[in-house]
Design a protein around this ligand. Structure first.
Ligand code: HEC
Ligand code: HEC
Length: 375
């Protein structure tokens, strides 16, 4: 037996970047605040998939698909042998491991593709923006989640397989994937390291990361302008802005249904204790702007979901009393609400950088835990 290089450097870079990305994708899947990171990781994983497809044909001897072409039947038989404790040792990928790899590559494509269409449907963002109605977003999201869960199961199976194999053949397979080396009989030839390819791969991944996250530098006032998050440009009416912005943010009409705005303008003489003093002509002009831009028009994800959350016979006078708003903000603690630079729930712009533009992008929100710096 001699020690030979089995896993070339690019294959190892691919493997561990993918493993870390997969874990991070799960960790960032829970909160919308992390969505821009989640989407970045998704594109990264698709790029890794693209690389692996090429590497499967031109890469090192043990990374080539040709070196691990086993039928599903061989894979199952091998699994049985592993369970019986008499599986043959393979220098490259074993038959069951190979099946897991092909399945994972396929799932990577499915998870990535369903992720892109979910972003396109649910948020109307990214490459597939506009392909699907916002209402189909929920179904697409379920598909994406189901595929990701299935992938998690296959990953668990893969890790279990690595552990079983390592025990059975008394060799640390995870360490081989780190160092690249394994002990092999003399007839096995070592793989080439391909360090230049690995360096290019790492540089491309880094450049992509820097480019993606530099959106904060390119447009600091609008954190949401990352590739995936260029939302629709909403109509802003100057008259509405003038009449409604002296006491608070001029809430965009897309945040409440038309009947709510009609009620608010109808009772403008007693507007939460204030008299707005609108004359008939101004009221009429504001109402015609509202008619074109109220939540029912579903111009943004927020508009669609606010509208969908309100019962038809209810006319909320506050955005902050709509079921969707309440659901989205229920985890914010009173400690945060009481911060002197937040105070009111209606002070949307304290936490949403794009409140004025009314996109309410996931990437544009954060609870300011320190006093804002005056610009
Ligand atoms: C003279 C001051 C003043 C002006 C001008 C004004 N508002 Fe208000 N508005 C208030 C106050 C006070 C509240 C209650 C704020 C709070 O509870 O934090 C309020 C609350 C609201 C809310 C509810 C916010 C929530 O909690 O979801 C809406 C919607 C609203 N205003 C719409 C408008 C519109 C539309 C205009 C322009 C036609 C307008 N306001 C102009 C004083 C004003
Ligand atoms: C104290 C900070 C804070 C204030 C003030 C606030 N929000 Fe939010 N908002 C958040 C956070 C944090 C989230 C994300 C919750 C989550 O993780 O799902 C959020 C989520 C949302 C979402 C969902 C976005 C999405 O794509 O999932 C909408 C819409 C929204 N807020 C609208 C508003 C509006 C309108 C106001 C003002 C009437 C407002 N918010 C005031 C912190 C705030």
């Amino acid at each position: 037996m001699k020690r030979i290089l089995v896993w070339d450097v690019p294959t190892r870079v691919f493997h561990w970047t993918l493993a870390v990305a997969f874990a991070l994708a799960w960790l960032t899947s829970e909160s919308d605040v992390w969505l821009s990171h989640h989407v970045f990781i998704g594109y990264l994983m698709l790029a890794l998939l693209g690389f692996r497809m090429v590497w499967g044909f031109v890469g090192g001897a043990y990374a080539r698909f040709g070196s691990f072409r086993f039928s599903p039947k061989t894979g199952l038989n091998y699994l049985r042998e592993v369970l019986a404790g008499r599986a043959a040792r393979h220098i490259g990928h074993n038959p069951a491991g190979s099946q897991a790899i092909y399945l994972l590559l396929l799932l990577l494509l499915v998870v990535g593709a369903t992720g892109i269409v979910t972003l396109g449907g649910d948020e109307q963002h990214g490459l597939a923006s506009g392909w699907f109605a916002m209402a189909s977003g929920r179904v697409l999201k379920k598909l994406h989640e189901a595929a990701a869960t299935f992938m998690l199961l296959v990953v668990a199976g893969h890790v279990t397989g690595v552990l079983l194999e390592s025990l059975q053949h008394k060799e640390n397979l995870a360490r081989s994937m780190l160092t690249g080396f394994k002990l092999a009989p003399p007839e096995y030839l070592p793989s080439k390291p391909y360090r230049t390819v690995a360096a290019v791969l790492v540089l491309v991944l880094l450049a992509f990361g820097v480019w993606w996250f530099s959106y904060a530098l390119r447009a600091p006032q609008h954190k949401a302008s990352a590739l995936a998050f260029v939302g629709p440009q909403l109509a802003i009416n100057p008259r509405w802005r003038d009449e409604c912005s002296s006491c608070h943010l001029s809430f965009h009409p897309s945040l409440l249904p038309r009947r709510s705005w009609q009620a608010l303008i109808g009772q403008q003489a007693d507007h939460f204790g204030a008299d707005l003093g609108l004359d008939a002509a101004t009221s009429a002009s504001l109402l015609s702007y509202v008619a074109e831009n109220a939540a029912e028009k579903h111009a943004t994800e927020a508009a669609f979901k606010i509208d969908a959350s309100i019962a038809a016979d209810v006319t909320p006078l506050r955005i902050t009393q709509t079921p969707y708003w309440i659901k989205k903000h229920r985890e914010i603690t009173t400690v945060d609400w009481d911060l002197p630079w937040i105070k009111s729930k209606a002070h949307c712009e304290a936490c949403h950088h794009d409140a004025q533009a009314a996109n309410f992008e996931d990437a544009a929100m954060e609870i300011p835990r320190t006093a804002p710096i005056a610009r």
